[in-house]
Design a protein around this ligand. Structure first.
Ligand code: SF4
Ligand code: SF4
Ligand code: FES
Length: 261
């Protein structure tokens, strides 16, 4: 059922701490960061960090690493590659779901708000619980399914045109920025697969080597799993890899419609 207010224990209280920049800092930017510690009984709070950008790298991820290394080692966030490849540093920065490692502070205002991806349970601070997201990804069977035995002496070949069809959707890094920006997913993430899983489903539907197209379409032909997409397009707007999940969802609907006739 849709709830329009956060549960009482999820509402942000006013106890946030403030860490001032050192006296004499010349290029100060303020970061207001969501904090939640599941081991305390406290509600979430917003801590304020004044950072001297003259002593910090240019990206939001650099700021988080500086805070963790030099100010508050309890600050918790995910990151790995720091170059937009692993998808693990996805978070909400000034109201936009994006990757902290590719988000330049210079493009943001003097005060920057950093929250975890929205409408997902929070494990700690900026780390959302992606269990459901990954289970949905697994449910679309993201691997090649074939019945024809593989040739003994070579790979299963594709033409250049066939390969190009999977090029773009294969570039998805499963960061979840799109799904966490989709209103349909916010309200129905238990039953609607969301744009990331559907984009991945499309990637296998258009793979010329895959031989389970019929079964894949059967599994998607559902009022919730696929058709909860109402083409609101937040997903495409949010994708930091410039992919178009909304278009691929429309393509899946078209494949299903064409199959009926
Ligand atoms: S186009 Fe579909 S998947 Fe994308 S945000 Fe809208 S409802 Fe969600
Ligand atoms: S489609 Fe884009 S926003 Fe969505 S999971 Fe993939 S890379 Fe992230
Ligand atoms: S750290 Fe890998 S995408 Fe940001």
């Amino acid at each position: 059922m849709v709830a329009f207010r956060l549960p009482a224990n999820s509402r942000i209280d006013r106890s946030g701490r403030v860490f001032k920049a050192a006296p004499g800092a010349k290029d100060v930017r303020t970061f207001r960061i969501y904090r939640f510690d599941p081991e305390s009984n406290d509600n979430p709070r917003i801590d304020t960090f004044e950072i001297d950008m003259a002593t910090c790298g240019p990206m939001v991820l650099d700021v988080l690493i500086k805070v963790k290394n030099e100010i508050d080692p309890t600050l918790t966030f995910r990151r790995s590659c720091r170059e937009g490849i692993c998808g693990s540093c996805a978070m909400n920065i000034d109201g936009i779901n994006t990757l902290a490692c590719t988000c330049a502070c210079s493009g943001l205002g003097a005060e920057v708000r950093i929250y975890p991806l929205p409408h997902m349970p929070v494990i700690k601070d900026l780390v959302p619980d992606l269990t459901n997201f990954y289970a949905q990804y697994a449910s679309i069977r993201p691997w090649l399914q074939t019945r024809t035995p593989a040739p003994p002496d070579r790979e299963r070949l594709q033409s250049k045109e066939e390969q190009e069809k999977i090029n773009r959707p294969s570039a998805c890094i499963l960061c979840a920025c799109c799904s966490a920006s989709c209103p349909s997913y916010w309200w129905n993430s238990d039953r609607y697969l969301g744009p990331a899983a559907l984009l991945q489903a499309y990637r296998w539907l258009v793979d010329s080597r895959d031989e389970a197209t019929g079964e894949r379409l059967d599994a998607l032909d559902d009022a919730f799993r696929l058709y909860r997409c109402h083409t609101i397009l937040n997903c495409t707007e949010a994708c930091p890899k410039d992919l178009n999940p909304a278009l691929t969802i429309a393509e899946i609907k078209k494949m299903l419609a064409e199959r009926e006739h």
